[in-house]
Design a protein around this ligand. Structure first.
Ligand code: FAD
Length: 141
């Protein structure tokens, strides 16, 4: 088995995705990922998704093939796909966090992200920014 992590960005088709829209994605993700032993984290902010998927390479590739064609989002851009020794989100079939302004304000560690608007371009230009962001939410759940 070859363990990998794949991280991508995408835009929600409905820029004002409702709680119900997000809940339905999350329910599907958790149900399927549990069966496939896929773990990860999904972040959402102002119409932008950031998702980390980890698991066996073949299974991650297979689920990502389905996810990237999902009509609920567009402009799916893989930021990185790396072999990993261990999982970052081993307890989460899919962790989830909406990063609203309140979330950013409540934790001083996120203050950096208040100064820089989180956009597709800024994240693509600076993948380390994404790694930092994902790591922050790994610690808060
Ligand atoms: P579904 O239409 O959900 O269901 C198919 C079958 O499962 C049907 O026969 C149905 O009857 C049955 N079923 C439905 N609900 C239940 C239930 N509660 N219990 C038992 N059986 C049920 N998908 C993932 O798998 N993993 C991800 O990490 C993931 N991340 C996503 C992130 C984003 C930003 C987006 C937009 C989508 C994501 N998706 C993810 C969704 C993905 O794109 C597909 O829509 C989804 O995988 C399809 O699931 P499904 O084949 O089970 O279809």
């Amino acid at each position: 088995m070859s363990l990998i992590a794949l991280v991508y960005l995408s835009f929600a088709k409905n820029r004002n995705a409702t709680q119900e829209d997000l809940k339905s994605i999350l329910e599907q993700a958790r149900r399927n990922n549990q069966e496939q032993d896929i773990t990860g984290l999904l972040l959402y902010r102002n119409g932008l998704f950031i998702q980390a998927l980890e698991g066996d390479e073949q299974q991650v590739d297979a689920i990502f093939d389905v996810i990237k064609d999902d009509p609920r989002h567009t402009n799916v851009l893989v930021l990185y796909k790396n072999k990993i020794r261990e999982r970052n989100y081993q307890d989460w079939s899919m962790g989830f966090q909406v990063i609203d302004d309140e979330t950013l304000k409540q934790n001083p560690a996120y203050s950096d992200f208040l100064d820089k608007p989180i956009t597709m371009q800024s994240l693509r230009d600076d993948p380390q920014h994404v790694r930092t962001l994902l790591n922050m939410f790994r610690n808060t759940g």
